[in-house]
Design a protein around this ligand. Structure first.
Ligand code: SDX
Length: 429
């Protein structure tokens, strides 16, 4: 505990208000402002730009340097040397598993991949053209209705089995959304396959033929899940924590996170990037879109660019670009027009003073959509893939919060409405 203090003087309040300054293992110090309420003051920070809402050991981001660490391990090393389920174990437990722990974890996850058969009926209620994220919000929240025996959030075993079930079942539910939209039969998991391979089997397999999954594509899918696994206190993770702070069950909290992720400013950006690249259509039209992105009067923003925290390259975008090259090469699509436009767009934007001055760099969503489109995943499934990967981070943060003393999240406000006034009867209005 540091003995550093912040001293605040406020006109109209006698004396200075001393507040503790807390230091983490790395990163900015924080000022503990909890005593301000007792002085009749709130802090004001719309969008939580300068607010640390919690303490955590799971993930660290240095936005200025483009650094992302999970349990201290750089994302570049995890993407190259680890895999998604090993990273899930790391996020939940804070350490990489040894060989026995990893084997047991994989075995446990792969033995929970099936969903209750009644969930098939949930999908029958959706229109054929329902957006997969709408379906995921519904069916993930509904999972709670099947596990009444293990929803005691204060029981570590219930928290652990819920985390395992969510990580194991998200790919199955994601694939069911896709199959529903295609009018094709749902594919049962094949637990002899790897996690990402099994997902591709359930997505693109059919009961009439043996699934043939390209190992390069399966590896790319696993790295995509890994790169999306966690990202500190982003909007959807903060949503999961806030929902969890009321004592809501983990399935409801993850459903809330899925809803928050859906927005185009957040996880919906990967879908928006591909739509934007398709709208640009040709490299000759890039300049006019750059101009629009810089025009304050135009709501258009360069999707896949910019980030609340990264004021340098998003390290995940660099890895994603390499995977793009590999997958497109493997698919014989090196000259994919969208990829060409994306690379040219990145080059132009990074040379433009607007983007340089505002420190706008490609983020994780800029290339991911191109890879997923090359794999054959439809655009409206991109954020479902993001949600599937991010489930590990969401549930790790939820578990971290619930495992220690916590308070219900209840922000205050700067009120600018009417002060008290008497009711006016209808005949007087
Ligand atoms: C994700 O938080 C996370 O960690 C999220 C995420 C995760 O893993 O969970 O990393 C995943 O959500 C990545 C971001 C995906 N979203 C997009 O690609 C959508 C496009 N990007 C923008 O909407 C924006 O950059 C945000 C939402 C990502 C960040 O917005 P901020 O932090 O609120 O920044 P801002 O809007 O205040 O922008 C600062 C300035 C503004 O100009 P000024 O008002 O200062 O003149 O930069 C401009 C913005 O207009 N700007 C852009 C821009 N992004 C910011 N201008 C053009 N194009 C853009 N993409």
């Amino acid at each position: 505990m540091s003995d550093k203090k912040a001293h605040l003087t406020v006109d109209g309040i006698d004396g200075a208000i001393d507040m503790p300054v807390l230091s983490g293992t790395t990163g900015p110090d924080v000022v503990d402002v909890s005593s301000l309420t007792g002085k009749g003051l709130f802090t004001y920070d719309p969008g939580f730009v300068s607010t640390a809402a919690c303490e955590s050991k799971i993930t660290y981001i240095d936005g200025a340097k483009g650094v992302l660490l999970h349990g201290g391990y750089p994302i570049e090393q995890l993407a190259e040397k680890s895999d998604y389920l090993e990273t899930c174990y790391l996020l939940m437990n804070g350490e990489l598993p040894n060989a026995q722990q990893k084997a047991e974890y994989l075995q446990t996850i792969m033995s929970h991949t099936m969903v209750h058969e009644s969930l098939v009926n949930f999908f029958k209620g959706f229109r054929y053209d329902a957006h997969p994220m709408a379906m995921m919000c519904g069916v993930v929240g509904a999972l709670a209705s099947f596990y009444h025996d293990s929803l005691d959030i204060n029981n570590p075993e219930h928290r652990n089995i819920s985390a395992l079930r969510l990580i194991a079942k998200m790919p199955t539910l994601a694939a069911m959304c896709y199959k529903h939209s295609k009018g094709q039969p749902f594919m049962y998991p094949d637990n002899r396959l790897g996690y990402a391979e099994n997902f591709l089997h359930m997505m693109f397999g059919n009961p009439c033929e043996q699934s043939e999954i390209d190992p390069i594509v399966a590896k790319a899918m696993d790295v995509i899940f890994l790169l999306h696994a966690d990202h500190e206190q982003n909007a959807s993770t903060s949503t999961v924590r806030l929902a969890g702070s009321s004592g809501a069950n983990p399935f409801a909290c993850i459903s809330a996170g899925i809803a928050a992720l859906w927005g185009p400013a957040h996880g919906g950006a990967n879908e928006a990037v591909v739509s934007m690249l398709e709208e640009i259509g040709d490299e000759s039209r890039i300049e006019q879109f750059i101009k629009r992105a810089k025009d304050k009067a135009d709501p258009f923003r360069l999707m896949g660019f910019g980030h609340r925290v990264y004021k340098n390259f998003d390290p995940r975008a660099r890895v994603m670009q390499k995977i793009c090259d590999q997958v497109l090469g493997a698919m014989g699509a090196e000259n994919d027009p969208l990829f060409r436009i994306a690379k040219r767009l990145e080059q132009i934007a990074l040379e433009d003073s607007y983007f340089i001055d505002k420190k706008l760099y490609p983020n994780v969503d800029f290339y991911s959509g191109i890879i997923m489109k090359a794999i054959g995943i439809p655009t409206d499934m991109f954020t479902v893939i993001f949600a599937t990967g991010r489930t590990a981070g969401w549930i790790a943060h939820w578990n971290e919060m619930i495992s220690s003393p916590y308070k219900i999240g209840r922000p205050r406000q700067l009120y600018r409405g009417y002060t008290a006034r008497d009711f006016v009867s209808l005949d007087q209005r």
